[in-house]
Design a protein around this ligand. Structure first.
Ligand code: NAD
Length: 388
C-alpha cells in the first residue's frame, strides 16, 4: 500500500460567469493596494478590464503590470519581483495564460523573500522558499496550463526551462471562467488544449499516479477529446469552451498531484532553444514519447484510448496502446500543429544539444513509467525529426 500526498487549491470557482466571484473574494482580503499581473494583449482587447473595472468602481487602488511576455524569461521574473517588492502591494491577481499566472504567483511569494529569482530555481538555485508571501488570486484566460491550481512557476532560461516550486505558490483562490477564453485565437486554442491533454495523459501514466489523480486525468481527457477540435474550429462554441476550461482545470489538478514526465522533459529544451510555445512543444512530442513508452503501460494506454472516445473492448492491451498513440497523433494533426520538429524549422544538428538539455530534467524523467536514458531521449528526438 502506498500513500499519496494530495494537495488542492483552497478555493476554486469554475464555470461560466465564475468571474463574478472576484469582487467578493477581493473584499475578503481587505487589500489597500492590489497588483494585477497580465499581458499587454489582454489589456488591448479589454479582457483584463473585465476583472479590474468592478474593483476600481468599488474604490480599490488597482495597479496594472502588463510587461508579461509569452514563455517568460528569467529576467522578466526578476523585474516583476523587484517591482512587487518596491510597490508594497498586499494582494496579487494574475489574469492571463500560464505566462501571466506563473509570474503573478512567483511575485506574490518572492516579494516576501530576499535575493534573486535565480536563487530559487529548482535546477541551479541555492535558496529555499520559506514564506507564503502575499495572497494571490489566479484567473486563467487560456485553457491549457492549469497554472491556477499548481505550485510551480516556469521560467525560460537560455537553452531550457526551469521552475520555482513550493506549495506556497498555490493560489488562495482560482477563478476559472470559460467566458474569458472565447477570444483565444485558433492556434493558441490548439496549442494550449494539447498542453492540457498532455498534462492529463502524463499524469495518468505517471509512476506517481493515484486513484485521485486517475479520476481527474480521465475526466479531463474525455472533456478535451470531445471539445478541443470544436473550440479550434469555432472559438465562440460555448459548450466547447466550457469543456476545455473544465478539462484544463482537471488536468492541472491531476498533473500537479501525479506529475508530468517525458513529454515535458523533452519539450522544455524546444521552448528554451527555439522559443516554441509550450503547448506546441508538447504537442509535437506527445505521440512520439507515448509511442516510445507505451509498452511499459499498455493497460493505462488502453484506458486513455477509451477516454479519448475509442473502444478497447475487443483489442489486446498491446493493440489498444498502439491505437491510443494513433488517436493522440490524430488529434494533434486535426488541430493543425506540425507533426515533426522540421515543421518548426529545427535542424537535425540541434538534436544533440536538445538531448543533453532534456537529460538534465531528472525531476520530470523520474516519473516516466519507462525510465528514459540519454540514448532513449536521442532516439525519440530522431523519430520526431524524421516523423516515424
Ligand atoms: P501564454 O500565457 O504565453 O499566452 C499565449 C498567447 O495567448 C499570448 O500572446 C496571450 O496574449 C494570448 N492570450 C491569452 N489569453 C487570451 C485570450 N483570452 N484572448 C486572446 N488572446 C489570449 O500561453 P499559455 O500556454 O497559457 O502559458 C504558457 C506558459 O505557461 C509557459 O511559460 C509554460 O511553461 C507555462 N506553464 C506553466 C504551468 C504551471 O503549472 N505553472 C504548466 C504548464 C505550462
Amino acid at each position: 500500500m502506498s500513500v499519496s500526498r494530495i494537495v488542492f487549491t483552497p478555493l476554486n470557482y469554475v464555470g461560466w460567469g465564475a468571474l463574478d466571484n472576484l469582487l467578493p473574494e477581493v473584499e475578503r482580503f481587505s487589500p489597500k493596494k492590489i497588483l494585477v499581473v497580465t499581458d499587454p494583449a489582454l489589456e488591448k482587447i479589454g479582457l483584463v478590464q473585465r476583472a479590474t473595472d468592478p474593483l476600481a468602481q468599488r474604490g480599490y487602488d488597482v495597479q496594472l503590470y502588463t510587461d508579461v511576455v509569452p514563455e517568460p524569461p528569467l529576467e522578466t521574473g526578476e523585474k516583476l519581483v523587484s517591482f512587487t517588492r518596491e510597490g508594497k502591494f498586499d494582494l496579487i491577481i494574475g489574469v492571463g495564460g500560464g505566462s501571466a499566472m506563473d509570474l503573478a504567483k512567483l511575485a506574490a511569494v518572492l516579494a516576501a523573500h530576499e535575493g534573486k529569482v535565480a536563487d530559487y530555481l529548482n535546477l541551479t538555485g541555492t535558496k529555499k522558499v520559506e514564506k507564503k508571501g502575499l495572497p494571490k488570486i489566479l484567473i486563467p484566460t487560456t485553457s491549457g496550463t492549469g497554472s491556477e491550481v499548481t505550485n510551480i512557476s516556469v521560467l525560460s532560461l537560455d537553452t531550457t526551462k526551469d521552475v520555482v516550486t513550493h506549495d506556497y505558490l498555490l493560489a488562495d483562490v482560482a477563478i476559472v471562467d470559460p467566458q474569458l477564453t472565447i477570444s483565444v485565437p485558433p492556434r493558441v486554442t490548439a496549442a494550449t488544449g494539447i498542453d492540457a491533454l498532455t498534462h492529463a495523459v502524463e499524469a495518468y501514466v505517471s509512476v506517481n499516479a493515484s486513484p485521485t489523480s486517475d479520476g481527474l486525468a480521465l475526466q479531463a481527457i474525455r472533456l478535451i477529446a470531445r471539445s478541443l477540435r470544436k473550440a479550434v474550429e469555432n472559438g465562440a462554441d460555448k459548450q466547447a469552451r466550457i469543456d476545455m476550461s473544465n478539462g484544463s482545470y482537471l488536468a492541472g489538478l491531476a498533473f500537479f498531484n501525479a506529475g508530468v514526465a517525458g513529454v515535458h522533459a523533452l519539450a522544455y529544451p524546444l521552448g528554451g532553444q527555439f522559443h516554441i510555445a509550450h503547448g506546441e512543444s508538447n504537442a509535437v512530442l506527445l505521440p512520439y514519447v507515448m509511442g516510445y513508452i507505451r509498452k511499459s503501460c499498455t493497460k493505462r494506454m488502453a484506458d486513455i484510448l477509451n477516454a479519448l472516445g475509442g473502444n478497447s473492448s475487443f483489442l489486446s492491451e498491446e493493440e489498444a496502446s498502439y491505437r491510443c498513440v494513433e488517436e493522440l497523433e490524430r488529434i494533434v494533426r486535426d488541430v493543425g500543429i506540425p507533426r515533426t520538429l522540421g515543421g518548426f524549422n529545427i535542424p537535425e544538428s540541434a538534436l544533440e544539444s536538445l538531448t543533453k538539455d532534456a537529460a538534465q530534467q531528472k525531476r520530470l524523467l523520474a516519473r516516466s513509467p519507462l525510465p528514459l536514458s540519454e540514448d532513449d531521449i536521442r532516439t525519440i528526438y530522431q523519430s520526431a525529426f524524421q516523423g516515424v
